[in-house]
Design a protein around this ligand. Structure first.
Ligand SMILES: [Zn+2]
Length: 365
């Protein structure tokens, strides 16, 4: 693969980490071509590389995101995190790592931070401060976007806090992803397994209230609405996925704005999509989903490669010396982390490629 380093693709979208106007361009490009960009949770340079490699090989833009827990892990589990200091440090150092290597893969990358509940706002504030510092030096923010998840708070408070941050972020060209309604399941310490069923489906009026308040500040925002989606792997039960609700939201907002029928003014994000069918994903994308989070499935994929490697090479992985070929034979080429971790990277990359195809983004560059 040649033509790496910084460049501009035929679509006019640059390669490397995008911010501001280039994020707008990429979203417009995705909507025009009817695809969504998957966002993969990364926790190490290894998982980041696996994602970038798959995106390059599939000629697709990609989103790399860090959760609060994943960020702390990136900096090291041995660090204290009582004031979110490890999560801030991990997110910032992970972001700087992605910024350096993304250029070499020759694809557009959005750098994002995942769910931030109200109690984790110090993490958000720390990242935003790093964005402002980066902006002073480089004329753009460190991250492309951040997510605030205040879906547990009353709607008016959710909107109010988001708008406050949006004002600060708009100056830096950072997109805000927000969440409304309850997505079932568990993620980073928020457990929504027992919530009322009605709260699992966001109402059109909620979407309009957000849209109206946010567009007074900027158009750089996305909405993760609840349409029966569930975080983590779940057994299908009384929660049913209704992607068509997103179409109803688009209609409602388009009508309020006096736009033509079929226009999709809202940019939606699909959370908790593990276990969704290909048809459900395609329907969600057809209703204006431009980002879908993927974590659980790539976690399994990474482990699967390591598991398979261990099982097939078990006799070579029981000691430094001695294997089925002889008592004095060395096993270094099996237990070297570069060998078995690479197996996890390969199976994760394959799963990333599958998601890029399912969301229609493969081959779009
Ligand atoms: Zn969510």
């Amino acid at each position: 693969m040649s033509g790496h380093l910084e460049g501009i693709l035929a679509s006019g979208i640059p390669t490397g980490v995008l911010t501001g106007e280039n994020v707008r361009k990429l979203i417009a490009y995705a909507k025009k071509h009817g695809f969504a960009i998957p966002a993969f949770n990364c926790t190490t340079s290894s998982t980041i590389n696996a994602v970038l490699e798959a995106a390059r090989d599939n000629k697709a833009p990609v989103i790399i995101q860090f959760s609060q827990g994943g960020s702390a892990y990136f900096a090291g589990k041995g660090l204290a995190n009582g004031k979110q200091e490890a999560s801030i440090l991990g997110a910032v150092s992970g972001a700087k790592y992605v910024r350096e290597v993304a250029k070499a893969y020759g694809i557009p990358v959005l750098l994002h931070s995942d769910h931030c509940a109200k109690k984790l706002l110090p993490w958000f504030d720390g990242m935003l401060q790093a964005d402002e510092e980066y902006f002073k030096v480089h004329g753009e923010a460190l991250f492309s976007s951040h997510m605030l998840d205040l879906s547990e708070e009353p709607k008016h408070e959710n909107i109010e806090i988001c708008v406050g941050y949006l004002q600060r972020m708009a100056k830096l060209g950072i997109l805000l992803e927000m969440e409304i309604g309850i997505t079932g399941g568990e993620e980073d310490g928020v457990n929504n397994e027992d919530v009322d069923n009605a709260a699992l489906y966001t109402q059109p009026q909620d979407i309009w209230d957000i849209y109206e308040a946010f567009t007074k500040v900027t158009d750089l925002f996305t909405i993760a609405a609840a349409f029966g989606n569930v975080h983590g792997v779940y057994k299908p039960g009384n929660v049913k996925l209704h992607p068509q609700l997103l179409g109803k939201h688009q209609e409602f907002v388009a009508q309020k704005l006096g736009l033509a029928a079929g226009s999709k003014p809202v940019n939606f994000v699909f959370h908790g999509g593990s276990g969704s069918t290909d048809a459900e994903i395609k329907e969600a994308v057809s209703h204006g989903v431009i980002k879908m989070n993927i974590d659980t499935d790539t976690q399994w994929a990474y482990w699967e490669g390591i598991k398979n490697f261990y099982e097939s090479k078990k006799g070579y992985l029981q000691g430094q010396i001695g294997n089925p070929d002889g008592e004095d034979k060395p096993n270094k080429k099996y237990y070297d982390p570069r060998v078995w971790i690479r197996e996890g990277e390969k199976t994760m990359s394959k799963r990333v490629g599958q998601a890029l195809k399912e969301l229609g983004s493969a081959g779009t560059l």
